[in-house]
Design a protein around this ligand. Structure first.
Ligand code: M6R
Length: 606
């Protein structure tokens, strides 16, 4: 989970590579580096974020029209100048994303043959191995790269340059993403598409087991057996502005505000008011009748989408559903077969655990459906069917619009499958979904001024989030948002579980965020609120204005309001004030909202 950038052409490579790395910093930001090839290779690296590298570059001219760069999320070796990429051998320099699993074995062999290492990383074996293959085995740069790849086990996307062939960048991909952008007499390289959009909309998305040779006016694609391959240049239609901040202080805030648009885009041409039905043409050919079980599998926020989906699918479809953490799934010998619909949910489409879980599900003959935001991502390509969310690029590390669009697509999937069984409820649910963009906008408008509330609560060090039924998934998501960007400890419990332990924590120092829900859940959650109130907790409640009035809620409670809506879409709305609350707390604390410590946007290693 690092970011790779590269450039070859006629412009100054350093400026373009640095600019592209800025867009890739969400993938990791504990150290950065750049290598530019002119007569020789200049390597400049810095511990910390890209600004630290930029400071160093003020004193370095680093001229050249060929360059590669890297922004790192440490796996092997702590963040430091020495462990930052690029790593260099005599003639070769490399940046790498992924993990080389057999690096120790290769490292020992290289050391026995006189190689000297200067970092603790797994990556450093790549340039040293290529160098070894060039010097000892007399191979040219390209052959040496191919021969080195044959020895590597694990996941990698890497880019290499050599002083022996200064007009080329060689790249290779296995299980980590890599995109080549095609310009006019120039080529670009990045770990994702948005990083390239400022320069080109024409891209080639590398597949696993492919290597590419970038020259300024030519791209050659090969497999790892040195066989030349045809490739397709894709035109990307995302606007560049969609990947930028649009005048807001943080990407996260912009992305929260974008949700009505993102949901509407995700619904477009999939749901019809006139026909009162959902049509997911992407699922043509899928025999939905044959499934006797659905497994939702994901990590983090996407896992919370799966938890809510289970509630919906079991309630309306009466099909047993499991929700699995992707990081656990393949180690538990899951009970699935050809009658299982396995649904992998992933914004990035690159989460290593979710991808590995998908392979496990495929091996066990399940039908695999991916719900992804990133077009042509690894998970999307490996699945049998894909439903794309249309959130557009999500840059803030904390997932917001990706979650809302995942839930919108899952809601449509639920209705799509229901239509095949019964007409009951379909029209009602379709209308509820159609109301979503407007209802989410109302919800945002109701909660735009949460900054003073955030100020009131920002000094607390622990929060408890409570919810029942559908709202339990939202409580988990609300707690995750608060902890990941504001570094406040937050735990979520199904409200009925509180008496079984967590109530011991309650006192005046532990605010409780209760998601009220409705019907039987409202009644029961109200009792839980009374219990925490009588133990001096500060209470915040997510509810409607109508509930505040009808239930005569205590004026000391801080209410985060949502509009009246159908209970099917209610949890999607309940999540919006929790996003804004977490955002304002983190912002008031002066924290780095878009790039919280220790995290990365896409977790592409296990
Ligand atoms: O790209 P994915 O949806 O597969 O990512 C899964 C998690 O890493 C992600 O949701 C993570 O939990 C977010 N930081 C939450 O805001």
């Amino acid at each position: 989970m690092c970011g790779i950038a590269g450039y070859i052409g006629e412009q100054n490579a350093k400026d373009i590579v640095i600019n592209n790395l800025k867009k890739l910093e969400y993938r990791g930001y504990d150290s950065t580096g750049i290598a530019v090839l002119d007569q020789d290779i200049s390597v400049i690296r810095a511990k910390g974020k890209l600004v630290e590298l930029e400071k160093k570059l003020e004193d370095e001219s680093a001229p050249g029209h060929v360059g590669i760069g890297h922004t790192r999320w440490a796996t092997h070796g702590k963040p430091s100048d020495e462990n930052a990429h690029p790593h260099r051998a005599e003639h070769v320099v490399v940046v790498h994303n992924g993990i080389i699993e057999n690096y120790l074995e290769i490292k020992h062999n290289l050391i026995n043959n006189g190689a000297q290492f200067s970092s603790e990383t797994d990556t450093e074996i790549i340039p040293l191995l290529i160098e070894y293959n060039m010097q000892r085995n007399g191979l040219d740069f390209e052959q040496a790269v191919l021969s080195s790849i044959a020895q590597l086990k694990g996941s990698f996307a890497f880019a290499a340059m050599s002083t022996t062939e200064p007009e080329k960048i060689l790249v290779a991909k296995n299980a980590s993403p890599l995109i080549v952008g095609i310009g006019n007499n120039e080529m670009f390289l990045a770990s994702d598409i948005p990083a390239l959009l400022e320069y080109t909309q024409d891209v080639v998305i590398l597949e696993d087991h492919q290597m590419a040779i970038l020259e300024k006016d030519q791209l050659t694609l090969k497999d790892f057996n040195n066989t030349e391959l045809d490739y397709q240049v894709k035109k990307i239609t995302w606007s560049r502005i969609a990947a930028e901040k649009d005048g807001h202080k943080h990407f996260m805030y912009k992305e929260i505000l974008e949700q009505p648009r993102a949901i509407a885009d995700s619904m477009r041409s999939r749901i019809s008011k006139q026909a009162a039905k959902v049509s997911l043409s992407e699922l043509d050919g899928m025999d939905t009748d044959k499934f006797n079980k659905i497994v939702f599998c994901a990590c983090g926020t996407s896992y919370h989408s799966g938890l809510l989906a289970k509630q919906w699918f079991e309630r309306y479809l009466r099909i047993p559903c499991d929700v699995e953490l992707a990081s656990e799934f393949r180690y538990n010998d899951p009970i699935i077969d050809d009658k299982t619909l396995w649904v992998g949910i992933s914004q990035s489409g690159e989460t290593a655990d979710t991808l590995a879980a998908l392979h496990e599900a495929k091996d066990k003959a399940a039908t695999c459906l991916a719900i992804c935001n990133n077009m042509d991502s690894s998970i999307a390509r490996a699945a049998d069917y894909v439903l794309y969310t249309q959130a557009g690029p999500e840059i803030g590390v904390a997932s917001t619009k990706a979650f809302s669009t995942q839930l919108s697509v899952l809601a449509m999937l639920c209705v799509h499958m229901l239509q095949a069984k019964s007409k009951d409820k379909v029209s009602e649910l379709v209308h509820a979904i159609l109301h979503l963009p407007e209802a989410v906008q109302q919800c945002i408008d109701l909660n735009l001024k949460l900054a003073p509330l955030a100020q009131k609560y920002m000094q607390y060090s622990s929060f408890l989030f409570l919810g029942r039924g559908d709202a339990y998934a939202i409580a988990l998501e609300g707690a995750l948002k608060l902890k990941e960007i504001s570094y406040i400890h937050a735990e979520a419990y199904a409200a009925g579980e509180m008496k079984h332990g967590p109530i011991a924590l309650i006192d005046q120092n532990m605010p409780v965020m209760a998601i009220l829900g409705e019907g039987i859940h409202q009644e029961k959650t109200l009792s839980n609120i009374e219990e925490v109130k009588s133990r001096d907790a500060k209470v915040l409640i997510v509810c409607t204005e109508q509930q505040v009035q009808d239930l005569k809620l205590d004026q000391n409670y801080d209410c985060l309001l949502i509009p009246q809506c159908h209970n099917f879409i209610r949890p999607i709305l309940e999540n919006i004030p929790l996003q804004l609350f977490a955002y304002h707390v983190a912002d008031q604390k002066g924290l780095d909202v878009d790039q919280p410590r220790n995290l990365a946007k896409a977790v592409t290693v296990e």
